[in-house]
Design a protein around this ligand. Structure first.
Ligand SMILES: [Ca+2]
Ligand SMILES: [Ca+2]
Length: 364
């Protein structure tokens, strides 16, 4: 019967209508953790985490649980909240649920990770909390593997000042067949290698793909004191356009780097792409998004170290279970590398080989 109806509608010249209704029937909230979506934030809140306000509660499908971001009580603190999907979806809208007017984002942009990388798809100003959820329709439906909101004005919570509280972050769309490449260039599985400037201890656990923060899974670098300076370098196989570094730490929260810059080797020199001060690990990992850059390596330049204060040992060190660098391979240059350009470099510190395969192309 439905088939006959479709035939009739096609004959009537309204087959587009039939197609769009079919898609609508598969439209769903694609942001649920239970379906494989992950959530990351660049301003974590230790107090919120300890009091059950994990950001994962923003995608747990329960509007009675909420997560908290760290505004530093500053209304204008910029916060990036990123969702990554397990596959490509054609997304048309997002819906934000708060816990009341307090701590509800007032001003933000929405970006999607598309075939053109991160791209702004909506801008919202003077957003007022709605109990039934605040829907933001994208400028147009977009094929993407991630959605990010960049909040530039946070809601106020009485005496606390600016705060971010969200009970659900929903994204609506349908599954798409479009392929959007995005990978972790810093994975050993992708040919990356890792080294540091102060010694030769094996820290390959930082790029082995295992993110669990158990002691047995940590890459460990010993340091003398809080101010011991260290460079940790991940050398990619080929060139990538990188826009995010993600650091997984010790699940006891010990020895996470406090102050550091993230630097990218691009156009024959190291360029600082992100400056971090006073960081603390909350949850499993911290996310550091920045304007994308074409590069052949990423390094952490750590200038202030975290400490361990357990019954077994007190002192400073660097504990990381994984260092990831997310973006897309630059096809031509990877092909060049696979033909032996990189393999012919005997000295790991000889960057000359890589200079000609690095093209500077900032993401807009
Ligand atoms: Ca929730
Ligand atoms: Ca690891």
């Amino acid at each position: 019967m439905a088939f006959c109806l479709a035939i009739v509608l096609c004959l009537m010249g309204i087959n587009d209508y039939v197609v769009s209704r079919a898609e609508d029937s598969q439209r769903k909230n694609v942001a649920l953790a239970e379906n494989g979506t992950s959530i990351f934030i660049d301003k974590t809140h230790a107090w919120g985490q300890e009091n059950g306000r994990d950001i994962k509660k923003m995608i747990d499908g329960n509007r009675n649980t909420f997560g908290q971001g760290n505004t530093g009580n500053d209304v204008n603190s910029q916060i990036n909240l990123t969702l990554e999907f397990p596959c490509t979806y054609t997304v048309d809208s997002i819906v934000l649920y708060g816990i009341g007017p307090q701590g509800f984002p007032e001003e933000f942009t929405v970006s999607a990770y598309t075939q053109e990388r991160w791209k702004q798809v909506a801008s919202v100003k003077e957003c007022t909390y709605q109990e039934t959820g605040n829907t933001v329709n994208l400028d147009a439906p977009v094929d993407c593997v991630g959605i990010r909101i960049t909040i530039t004005k946070n809601g106020v919570d009485g005496e606390w000042g600016g705060q971010l509280y969200l009970s659900e972050f929903e994204v609506y769309g349908v599954e798409s067949d479009v392929v959007i490449p995005r990978e972790n260039a810093a994975a050993a599985a992708n040919g990356a290698t890792i080294s540091y400037d102060r010694g030769t201890v094996d820290i390959s656990k930082m790029i082995d793909g295992e993110t669990a923060g158990d002691v047995s899974n940590l890459g460990i670098i010993g340091v003398e004191d809080e101010a011991t300076e260290t460079y940790i370098t991940v050398d990619f196989e080929g060139s990538y356009h990188i826009d995010t570094v993600r650091l997984y730490g010790d699940n006891r929260k010990y020895c996470f780097p406090k102050d550091f810059t993230i630097e990218a080797f691009s156009g024959g020199e190291w360029k600082t792409v992100c400056t971090v001060t006073g960081s603390e690990l909350v949850g499993d990992c911290n996310d550091y998004p920045f304007d994308g850059i074409d590069c052949t390596a990423i390094r952490l330049h750590i200038t202030k170290n975290g400490m361990e204060n357990s019954e077994g040992w007190q002192g400073y060190a660097i504990y990381l279970s994984e260092l990831e660098a997310w973006g897309t391979a630059i096809a031509g240059n990877v092909a060049l590398a696979s033909k032996g350009t990189k393999a012919s470099t005997s000295d790991p510190n000889d960057w000359a080989e890589k200079k000609h395969v690095s093209i500077r192309r900032w993401y807009h």
